[in-house]
Design a protein around this ligand. Structure first.
Ligand code: AMP
Length: 305
């Protein structure tokens, strides 16, 4: 099955303790597509300016990302500049320039409107709502957001939350949105407002999937070298949604497997700048990492005598 994503297609400038990258391809829609396309067909909706290096998106197209919904407008592309200090879990946003995103109104191509899986990646909640009005009864709608929108578009974000099945947030965003320090309470606060599932990511400390009656936890893959955390969250979402779209199965067991696929894809994203590592890997790398996850958490319980 197909997954439709609407998100930012950006030029990122990133500084980490290990190096710098200037104006490399990034954005929530780009990372999501680079990740999910390993597992299922992807339809991407977004906008870029006339300064965008379109040829760098070609590897995504070649892997099955349908870009019929990616508009090119005159003006500057969305640009984000961020820095990570030694705590690689939290990005410090130095600059956000919306560029062509500030007057973008997403038009979902006719052939994308029946996508069974829809991911509203991190962009202005007004645009996320606009996309929801154009799709036809998807099997699952998920969304993401960040502090920038929680601060500047709270009413629209709350209206969006009412209409989605699942939201992904990192721990800081969940606390900021709900005003609950405790993450179990934060997830409950969100589920009372609409979504039946909440994923709270804690960077190198793993991710929780909360449902009404169950909680699942997956650790993050213990990488020896984390190079650039940018895009980890979007790549997690790509692995999670891509796996669900591939299997079409929303059972509890399959949702748990999807969280592991999300964690595996997030772990690849952080090994290099931009989408570089996501473009290098293939199914065998993904399968090996998923198998590593199993070994990481499996143990035999021994009853005490
Ligand atoms: P993450 O997965 O959270 O690390 O997402 C990083 C990506 O989000 C970067 O590639 C940025 O271009 C993109 N981004 C940063 N700020 C925003 C924003 N306000 N709206 C949409 N995308 C953003």
């Amino acid at each position: 099955m197909t997954v439709l994503v609407v998100g930012s297609v950006a030029l990122d400038s990133v500084e980490t303790p290990f190096g710098k990258a200037d104006l490399v391809i990034g954005g929530s829609g780009t990372f999501f597509s680079a990740s999910a396309s390993h597992l299922s067909p992807v339809q991407l909706v977004g906008v870029v300016g006339d300064d965008y290096p379109m040829e760098q998106l070609e590897p995504l197209r070649a892997r099955g990302v349908d870009m019929a919904g990616l508009e090119q407008m005159s003006g500057n592309s969305f640009r984000w500049r961020g820095r990570y200090r030694h705590d690689l879990n939290s990005a410090e946003t130095l600059e956000t320039h919306l560029g062509v995103f500030s007057h973008f109104s997403p038009k979902i191509p006719e052939q994308f409107r029946r996508a069974p899986f829809v991911f509203l990646a991190n962009i202005d909640p007004r645009l996320q709502l606009d996309v929801l009005r154009q799709v036809e009864r998807p099997k699952l709608v998920a969304c993401d957001t960040m502090n920038f929108w929680i601060e500047s578009r709270r009413p629209e974000l709350l209206a969006l939350i009412e209409q989605v099945d699942l939201i992904t947030l990192n721990d800081g965003e969940a606390r900021q949105l709900t005003d609950c320090f405790n993450l179990v309470k934060a997830a409950r606060w969100i589920m009372e407002r609409g979504p039946s599932m909440v994923i709270i990511k804690k960077g190198e400390h793993g991710a929780f999937l909360f449902k009404e009656r169950s909680i699942f936890f997956a650790p993050a893959y213990p990488l020896e070298n984390v190079f650039d955390p940018t895009g980890a969250g979007d790549s997690f979402a790509g692995g999670f949604m891509g796996y669900l779209a591939r299997t079409g199965d929303l059972s509890d067991d399959n949702l748990r497997r999807a969280v592991i696929y999300g964690s595996a894809m997030g772990s690849f994203a952080v090994e290099k700048f931009s989408v570089q590592r996501l473009l290098e890997i293939d199914r065998s790398n993904i399968a090996a990492r998923v198998a590593d996850f199993r070994r990481l958490v499996a143990f035999e319980e021994e009853v005490l005598a």
